[in-house]
Design a protein. Structure first.
Length: 339
């Protein structure tokens, strides 16, 4: 059992570190690439790497029954998420963006109440209120930017929402396809969705400094191609809710990385707001195991054509350390093969 746990823990750790670095590189490269162009360049780079790995490994396309989940996650997580995050980081610093993005687990809990009919227990309502208050504080933390900071927060919240939906959609697909198949399919779909930004990418790449272009390539190879695959690998071996806990370390890493690389740090009130966002997540996830988590711990049966796509798990994920006992669910019991 311990030998099975260690690779999943390592995969989750790699994901956390690389995703944290993505916030910093987006902030840097975003000075020379517009949000859509940066997303397309990142996705095209990742798609080339992932398709090459898929061919080299001898794997084929994911099974037909997973195509719907792959398409949804590709449009939302690889497409909308990346454009929204790139745009949001033009208005708020990297650390603040990471803290707002981490409201994703609360949103997954909300999806459980709306889609799975699990209701809204007091802890969830309290966590929602605290996280919402934190987002408001972050938005108001920089009075000099006025509406610009608020827009940045709203865009990061949009990114968090697409991440939440994609996580619960992606989980059952990983019971039928490998992490590499699901990630490659989603990345290719996302790149297609962002093709309207091709003209911007070509024009901006011609005049962008080499450092920004290399930053774009880094985003495609490491935080996307590698980190999204390691996330899917780890998610396939645990529940979405438990994987969500691993991302709690991202904001702290982002603040440190941004301070070292960019010389920027969130305003004091933004830190307070970000901590409130994370506290809300912790409150909503506290208490006893939920029925949705129990469902995810069972083998996933094929999804009927008329079944709700999101009927999987209400806890979970864009970006702390993963305890071994959180990953101790046997692969067969955790809908084995994440995001």
């Amino acid at each position: 059992m311990k030998n099975a746990v260690r690779p999943a823990v390592l995969a989750a750790a790699v994901t956390v570190v690389l995703w944290a670095s993505a916030f910093v590189f987006i902030r840097s490269a975003g000075a020379d690439f517009s949000p859509g162009a940066l997303a397309l360049g990142r996705l095209l780079t990742a798609a080339v790497v992932l398709v090459a790995l898929l061919v080299f490994s001898g794997e084929v396309l994911p099974p037909r029954e997973t195509w719907r989940a792959v398409a949804i996650s590709g449009v939302l997580w690889f497409g909308v998420y990346m454009v929204a995050l790139n745009w949001g980081e033009r208005h708020v610093d990297a650390g603040t963006a990471a803290m707002v993005i981490n409201t994703g687990p609360v949103m997954i809990a909300v999806l459980g109440g709306l889609v799975l009919g699990e209701g809204f227990p007091p802890r969830l309502l309290a966590g929602m209120a605290v996280s919402f208050g934190g987002a408001v504080v972050v938005g108001l933390s920089n009075g000099g930017d006025g509406g610009s900071a608020v827009l940045g927060v709203l865009l990061c919240l949009l990114a968090a929402a697409t991440w939440a939906v994609s996580t619960v959609v992606q989980k059952p697909a990983l019971a039928r396809a490998s992490a590499l198949q699901v990630t490659t399919g989603g990345c290719v779909v996302g790149a297609v969705v962002c093709l309207p930004f091709a003209g911007q990418l070509v024009g901006e790449a011609r005049v962008a400094p080499l450092t920004s272009t290399l930053g774009l390539v880094y985003l495609g190879v490491f935080p996307t191609a590698l980190a999204f695959t390691t996330w899917a690998y780890a998610l396939a071996r645990t529940t979405a809710g438990r994987m969500g806990v691993t991302t709690y370390a991202v904001p702290a890493l982002v603040v440190v990385m941004a301070w070292i690389a960019l010389g920027e740090a969130p305003a004091p009130m933004a830190v307070v707001g970000g901590l409130l966002c994370l506290a809300g997540v912790a409150i909503s996830r506290s208490g006893r195991r939920t029925p949705a988590e129990a469902v995810v711990s069972q083998p996933v049966s094929p999804i009927p054509a008329d079944a709700p796509t999101l009927a999987v798990d209400r806890s979970g994920t864009d970006e702390g350390a993963l305890a071994a006992d959180d990953m101790s669910t046997p692969p067969g019991d955790a809908s084995t093969d994440r995001r």
